[in-house]
Ligand binder design. Structure first.
Ligand SMILES: Nc1ncnc2c1ncn2[C@@H]1O[C@H](COP(=O)(O)OP(=O)(O)O)[C@@H](O)[C@H]1O
Ligand SMILES: [Mg+2]
Length: 300
């Protein structure tokens, strides 16, 4: 299975690129799933389909899923019930399932749990991950460390806490340890998949503007510091000159930033996508797919 992860700021075109990538892969005969990790799902809108909580057929070989964060949070809560109860017993820290999904980083944790199932079931050849805005790939990468930390601490306190928990209810302490171990295994499996270039391709989508270039550079550095290679950069909204002064100035300024990106990231594949002049959705995605993949601009 290949995972293709689209990263970048909000509004730069991650969802459009994810949908186009899904379409392209499926047209190559690969069974493909477009997986939305952004709680503000937009694949339904872009693919012009009623996408549900379960993989929904979109075209031949193409499926899409938009897991419902609130429902997933409830499931997650139920699956790790002892762990949540233990946190409450230890720190008097109570989270209700309804509030849980909106805590920072928790959305990714919950979606990661769901992605783990897709990964382990191995039903698809390509899974395109339409992520939430920038840097949210980080919780995914940090998760194993965090959970390992919790495990170590829990195990370190094993004699004390596990005993107390088991006194509260027979088997409670042991199921806490079991749940934390399960969470860690999942986090480690997904992290290992993300850092393996044979499995995962990460594309950063950006627009050719000063602040965007700087921000994307930071994003790439941070992600790569976690051992994950960013394979490609998709520069979106590249303007064509129309002859007017305004456009000529913008085209010239974009050109400068594109050169800068090419120089700074000479080791990465760089694809340029034009500004299509209108919202991209439905039938328009075929053009985006060609502009990204037809001439091998980006490889997945
Ligand atoms: N190259 C483009 N030309 C014209 N409109 C685009 C282009 N890329 C994206 N858009 C539009 O910009 C908006 C944001 O794109 P989207 O893919 O949802 O961004 P993100 O997922 O990064 O937040 C959408 O309305 C989309 O149709
Ligand atoms: Mg999006």
């Amino acid at each position: 299975m290949r995972l293709v992860y689209m990263a970048g700021k909000g509004g730069v075109g991650k969802s459009v690129c994810s949908a186009a990538t899904g379409l392209w892969a499926s047209e190559q005969g690969k069974k493909t799933l477009a997986f939305s990790m952004d709680p503000a799902h937009s694949l339904s809108d872009i693919l012009e389909a009623d996408i549900g909580d379960q993989p929904t057929p979109i075209a031949e070989n193409l499926y899409a899923v938009e897991p419902d964060l609130a429902a997933e949070a409830e499931k997650f809560y139920a699956a790790y019930r002892s762990l949540f109860r233990a946190l409450f017993e230890m720190f008097q820290f109570e989270v209700r399932p309804a509030d849980f999904g909106v805590l920072p980083g928790v959305g990714e944790l919950i979606f990661m749990d769901r992605l783990y199932d897709v990964y382990m079931e191995g039903d698809y050849e390509v899974v395109v991950i339409d992520s939430a805005p920038t840097a949210l790939v980080l919780p995914l990468l940090k998760l194993p460390e965090v959970t390992t930390g919790v495990v170590t601490r829990l195990l370190g306190m094993k004699s004390r806490w596990t005993g107390i928990f088991n006194m509260l209810e027979p088997g409670f302490g042991d199921s806490v340890v079991k749940e934390v171990r399960r969470l860690r295994t999942k986090a480690e499996t997904m992290r290992n998949a993300l850092i393996d270039p044979e499995i995962t391709t990460i594309s950063v989508v950006m627009i050719p503007e000063k602040a965007a270039v700087l921000e994307s550079e930071r994003l790439i550095k941070t992600v790569e510091a976690h051992g994950v290679t960013v394979d490609s950069i998709i520069v979106n909204h590249v303007m064509a000159p129309c002859g007017c002064d305004y456009c000529s100035r913008r085209v010239a300024s974009q050109k400068g930033y594109i050169e800068e990106i090419k120089t700074k990231f000479a080791n990465k594949q760089i694809a340029l996508l034009p500004s299509y002049g209108e919202e991209v959705k439905g039938a328009g995605l075929a053009q985006v797919a060609r502009d990204l993949y037809e001439r091998g601009q980006v490889r997945i």
